[in-house]
Design a protein around this ligand. Structure first.
Ligand SMILES: CC(C)(COP(=O)(O)OP(=O)(O)OC[C@H]1O[C@@H](n2cnc3c(N)ncnc32)[C@H](O)[C@@H]1OP(=O)(O)O)[C@@H](O)C(=O)NCCC(=O)NCCS
Length: 174
């Protein structure tokens, strides 16, 4: 039995180990990381999948951004599933859960950088991102968008910037 639930602080070491295994430490050099570094994930949008023993086997988080003229949006990623649990629908379940929660929380538009061959099944397409600029090198074919509210990307252009809660501020509040 697998449970998808909000990420908790004690998930962090296992989450980081899973992400290192999935993407390697070079993940920190990705342009997407610029939009995440020093920020907290969007409120209520960090999820862990855990097996019956409580072992973390999947992770997905979303981050507040400004998508140029489209305004407030969220950046999805990284998404990863433990290699021993892949191919059983957990990636799809994490995506469905994360997107449903993002919509419920009022987000209208989601961006990510990833394989279109995987993410197109959730409705992501290159079509929404054509006039948006990523803040660094990105393969255009991997820069994908999904409208949670129809028309959210209409006429969208301009630079993607980070707008999430800053980590230091969060520490002071806690
Ligand atoms: C991508 C990933 C999250 C999918 O997790 P999962 O639990 O195996 O996903 P699901 O079981 O829901 O879906 C499996 C399907 O996705 C396909 N798939 C997996 N990775 C894919 C990719 N990069 N491109 C296209 N299809 C892919 C599988 O071939 C399988 O296809 P099928 O349904 O026709 O058999 C997982 O493979 C993973 O963590 N990979 C390493 C990290 C990564 O690449 N993350 C995504 C980029 S940000």
């Amino acid at each position: 039995m697998v449970t998808i639930r909000a990420e908790i602080l004690s998930d962090v070491p296992a989450r980081e180990a899973l992400l290192n295994a999935a993407f390697g430490v070079q993940r920190f050099r990705k342009t997407s990381e610029k939009l995440r570094r020093g920020r907290l994930p969007a409120e209520g949008l960090a999820f862990s999948a855990v097996d019956a023993r409580g072992t973390l086997i999947g992770t997905v988080r979303l981050w507040n951004i400004i998508a140029g003229s489209a305004g407030q949006a969220v950046l999805l990623g990284p998404l990863a599933v433990d290699c021993k649990a892949q191919g059983q629908g957990l990636g799809a379940a994490l995506m469905a859960h994360a997107l449903a929660e993002a919509k419920r929380l009022g987000h209208a538009a989601v961006l990510l950088v990833g394989d279109a061959s995987y993410y197109s099944r959730f409705g992501f397409s290159e079509g929404h991102t054509g006039s948006l600029q990523f803040p660094g090198p990105v393969e255009r074919a991997r820069f994908l968008g999904l409208e949670l509210v129809k028309g959210a990307f209409d006429g969208a252009e301009g630079l993607i910037t980070a707008s999430g809660r800053v980590l230091e501020a969060a520490k002071k509040v806690a």
